[in-house]
Write a protein that binds this ligand. Structure first.
Ligand SMILES: [Zn+2]
Length: 222
């Protein structure tokens, strides 16, 4: 088995949709196998980035069901299949976000742009893992922003993808009918803050941060 430390996890961010959502392309440096996380839209830009990095996308991963994260997933899956002939599975989020994925097209229309509903090929559950070449991501369920929001953590690289759960100096919105502030803060405090200070995270909007910086200075976590 390959030593994860021997081949690095690499990443690129592509801001997508009018919401400037951070779509992430993560890949294994040695084998160039990749996953695309939260392709909300702007497929041309995502496909350009895939082309430029020269990676082979083996899965599309969703942190949660919001349109700016998941609205381009179905189109990206079709575009990749047209290019390579193989089906790239869409995995995640937790099934508790199904109602959001089923309402993406209708939601997007109210914002005046196009996005498609998506049905994942595999729902993900806390306790399972995602693999990318020799790299492994722990899956955590962090509800509150949405009921089925997942976070993906690579312990070897001390790196987390937290979607819209935690931001630099802020936390995810909960002003939706299904939002739950207590659940969100509970998710962060019980599942993310126990990580070491030097875990870095990428979030759905704006710059990333570290667990240590947010534990020390995030006013929503006092
Ligand atoms: Zn969201």
């Amino acid at each position: 088995m390959a030593d994860p430390a021997a081949t690095r996890l690499r990443g690129a961010i592509v801001p997508v949709t009018p919401f400037q959502q951070n779509c992430a392309i993560l890949w294994d440096e040695a084998t160039k196998v990749a996953m695309v996380v939260d392709p909300g839209g702007d497929l041309d830009r995502i496909l350009d980035a895939i082309e430029q990095t020269g990676v082979t996308v083996e899965r599309i991963v969703l942190t949660h069901g919001h349109l700016d994260h998941a609205g381009g997933a179905a189109g990206l899956q079709e575009a990749l299949q047209a290019k390579t002939g193989g089906k790239v599975p869409i995995e995640g989020p937790d099934i508790r976000d199904k109602f959001l994925l089923d309402g993406i097209a209708a939601q997007a229309a109210t914002y005046g742009f196009e996005a498609r509903d998506v049905t994942p090929d595999r729902w993900l559950t806390e306790g399972e893992t995602l693999t990318l070449g020799p790299h492994t991501f722990e899956i955590l369920h962090c509800p509150g922003h949405t009921p089925g929001h997942l976070v993906f953590i690579n312990h070897a690289a001390k790196f987390a993808l937290v979607g819209d759960v935690l931001f630099q100096g802020s936390v995810g919105r909960t002003d939706f009918p299904y939002g739950d502030t207590a659940a969100l803060i509970g998710s962060i405090k019980t599942k993310l803050l126990p990580l070491d200070d030097d875990y870095a995270f990428l979030c759905g909007h704006g710059p990333g941060s570290t667990i240590g910086a947010e534990r020390a200075g995030n006013p929503f976590l006092r």
